[in-house]
Design a protein around this ligand. Structure first.
Ligand SMILES: [Zn+2]
Length: 181
């Protein structure tokens, strides 16, 4: 996985770039939760569930299928004041889905561990992209404060934080130009 903070940063950047300007606090809570929750599957190791198992790390919980379930739950639980199937309701649903799906896709750009079960539950096959510039993050907090952790940080800054910052910058500039025009 890229580190948890980087997954959360993607959610925040997407929220700043595409979210409503007056987004309520539960929008940020749900966005960040969707971006980091797939990695709760590392708990599977403590239950003796192996890495390559259906419910193992980077398995079902990293799939876009699970992203659909979780994003739907988020909208139902945290945005129950919205009319079902309204434009806003769909916006939040799709936004949370994309934020969560970004997690598995980012993991598929990493250079270590097993691939991601992107097509789960239909197949447990693990996938990587052919180009994997992001150094895989150590599992556990301790490893993050090592030489390995520093190298992870470097590749994440270059390949995730930089594009995310540019995305936010462009959205602010285009918003500003639109308002001006
Ligand atoms: Zn992950």
């Amino acid at each position: 996985m890229p580190s948890v903070i980087t997954h959360a940063a993607v959610a925040v950047a997407a929220g700043l770039a595409f979210g409503p300007r007056d987004a309520p606090s539960q929008f940020w809570t749900a966005s960040i939760a969707c971006s980091v929750l797939p990695d709760m599957d590392i708990l599977a190791f403590s239950f003796g569930i192996p890495y390559g198992h259906f419910f193992g790390h980077r398995g079902f919980f990293h799939s876009p299928f699970f992203a659909m379930i979780l994003s739907l739950l988020m909208v139902i639980l945290l945005f129950n004041h919205l009319e079902f199937f309204s434009k806003q309701w769909f916006f939040f649903l799709i936004f949370f889905f994309l934020v969560e799906a970004s997690h598995g896709l980012l993991d598929a750009f990493t250079n270590g561990g097993l691939g991601v079960a992107l097509l789960s539950p239909f197949t447990n096959e693990r996938y990587f992209f052919p180009w994997r510039p992001i150094m895989v993050s150590p599992i556990g907090i301790q490893g993050l404060f090592s030489k390995w952790g520093l190298m992870v940080l470097k590749t994440e800054l270059l390949w995730v934080w930089l594009p995310c910052s540019l995305m936010v910058l462009f959205s602010y500039i285009s918003g500003w130009l639109t308002r001006k025009g």
